[in-house]
Write a protein of this length. Sequence first.
Length: 567
Amino acid sequence: MILFLWPATGPARAAEAPPAPAQEDQAAAPDETLATLQALLSSMDRLNEQVNETQKQLKAPEAQGQREKILKAIAQLNAQQEGLERNFGKIASGVDLDSFEAKPKLQFNWTEELQDLLGPIINELRSLTARPRELERLRREVDYHRQRLPIIDRAIENVARLRAQISGRADQPAGRAVLARLKTLEKDWKDRRQQEANDLTVAEHQLAEKLGQKKSFWESAQSLFALFFKSRGRNLIVALLAAVLVFLGFRFLHRLIYRWSPYHREKHRAFYVRLADVVYYLLTFLGASGAFVLVLYLYGDWVLLGLAMIFLFGLAWAARNGLPRFWKQAQLMLNLGNVREDERVVYNGLPWRVEQVNIHTQIVNPLLRGGRMRLPLRDLLDLRSRPIEDDEPWFPCREGDWVILADGTRGKVVSQTPELVELVLLGGSHKTYPTAGFLDQNPTNISVGFRLAVTFGVDYQHQALSTTEIPDKMRQMLQDGLAAEGQAGDLVNLKVEFKSASSSSLDLEILADFSGRAAARHEVLSRALQRLAVEACNRYGWVIPFTQLTVHTAPADPEPPAGTSTD
């Protein structure tokens, strides 16, 4: 950093004394001082002669009418003489007399300080806008003179007409006096018109010259860039490079520490390690900002330095209101906040494990494809984490599992990411849900095992067998039938029990538990149970009832008595 900035310090470096000057340099400094003092004395002698000559003019009789002008000239010469004497004293003594003689300020004047701070910036802005403002001034001046000429012409015309009307009364003394006055007035207005015409011509000529000097956009841009990069652009680029180098240097040092320090490589970092990280981020910002300001100070570029200080002051003022938020972020980085490492947090409706809390926090969901996200620290402020329990699920299913949703959809999960879950349905069609919407469907994962429940009824004529013989034989029939279809290995449990006596049948409940390997045949097995139950009824002669409807008729109304109306 020092080697980079040393040759770029410009005038500030030239003002410093070399560490080991040669003998010639030591002898050259007094010679230069002596030559400067001799030049000042020569100037002071010339000023004394001018003052004496001016005072002699003041005593001359013909100078009575110019007394004030001569006195003003003498005062200016005396002021110049005092300035030369002060400079002589500064150079000879090597002491800044202005700072030495200045008295301490008893009051702090905000107006003066702001003027000193913002004055160079405003002057720079004025110089940048000098040409447009000059063009606008000349245009206003041309318009001003053009508007006055018609008024003057009207006045001349009115005076000339009035002279013509009263010229017949010139024989009277009063008429001659008025006529002479009108003649003088007409001459004054004509003089004014000539002056306005001259001013208009000069303004138009100046405007034409300014417009003739106008360059093309490309030429103006080239000259502007050349001027900018010759002075302020160079200063700004060097300052930015210095800030970037300091920032990268801090980052490189931090990476080296993380690579070689055993304390930083631990999964659970200690509190003092986290505190060192917080201090590192603070020092990185202060170091980069300080390097930027230091380069501008060494170059003596007060305009850019003032702008930089104003920007940093505004940044600090804005940070004042966000101080509680920054404090909460610091607590998070110290692992003392509401979200902590190796805990469970819900973000966008999904559970995540907080892997690392830092400027960019790492959260992980092991069951999602692409289930690793980087969150800025500010996104954790409104979240809450909790300790993780053993065998706690991170998602209802995995890729390859079969699920049944609340809307009746049944399919195989082929992709699940933090944004989307994609299912392939029987037949090959695909259906996609937003991940949060997929969870709202309360998915049932049948790849870990499922139960099929089928209600089957027999007629009341088999009432004596409905609780003993029929359940046993039907169970055996179902078990043999599923084994014949190759499902014996997936059948975990099979029960046939009497369920209830309904209005038209004696209902049996078939409960078949299957392993997750049979999840793809969920609908096939449901139909198979119905089919095998019917085949069992056919083999053993059990009657399958159908729903009966009994109609009860009301008795007919008696005939109404005679004479009554039936309407």
